[in-house]
Design a protein around this ligand. Sequence first.
Ligand SMILES: CC(C)(COP(=O)(O)OP(=O)(O)OC[C@H]1O[C@@H](n2cnc3c(N)ncnc32)[C@H](O)[C@@H]1OP(=O)(O)O)[C@@H](O)C(=O)NCCC(=O)NCCS
Length: 212
Amino acid sequence: MSLHTQPLEFSEPKLTDTKPVTSSTDMEPKIYENNTPNEIPEIYYKHISFKDTLPLRRTVFTKAPRIQYPFDAEGIHIGAFLKSPATPNSSNPNKPNDNDSPTHTPIAVISLFHEDISEFETLVPLSNNNDRHCIRIRKFACHPTFQNKGIGTRLFEYAMSVARNEMDGTMLWCQAVPPSNIWYAKRGFEALSGLLYTGAGIEFIIMKRELS
Ligand SMILES: CC(C)(COP(=O)(O)OP(=O)(O)OC[C@H]1O[C@@H](n2cnc3c(N)ncnc32)[C@H](O)[C@@H]1OP(=O)(O)O)[C@@H](O)C(=O)NCCC(=O)NCCS
């Protein structure tokens, strides 16, 4: 797996493309306002090809300049899938049928890449540079119908174990587009600096967390 240090998805952020994160209105969690907490659907996770992430990416990232990332084929992509509603078992109504099969369209996806954060560290150098293995999260998305039900959190936790155990990662980072920075902050991420970057017309915050 090769390392890519260029943020290819957005035009390269420069210091002149930044401003301090000061506005609290940027931070309001607008994405959840149409959803109410509901019962937790039964889901499972599996590795998928990047092509299987594209339909959901298209649904969720309607304003993104690009849905596909040039090095997508080199990443690890994980989907969360809904188990099909169980139909009654004729011999035992309390058990699902043996032939109940899970559905095969992911309701949430996350993509992980070996990708260094060092380009942004000219602002705030991190310690242990030589020992760390940076894993970048890209295109984390949950279908709008299924948001705010805890699915993103569970997929993220699963992805953390993949980043740690399969990718040998020691830290996670991402470009969080507000208001998703609030979601990440609640899951242990901190902003690399107090700057809001702009690339390809999209504002984002660089966020990171250690993988222990
Ligand atoms: C960011 C995103 C992937 C999160 O997915 P999600 O499934 O909605 O996330 P969750 O449901 O786990 O978390 C949302 C909230 O629902 C709450 N929640 C509601 N019902 C829940 C349940 N039954 N169990 C657990 N948490 C529940 C969580 O506590 C959480 O609130 P909190 O953040 O205040 O703790 C999703 O909102 C999304 O696709 N956003 C648009 C794309 C985007 O911004 N992606 C990030 C790229 S930068």
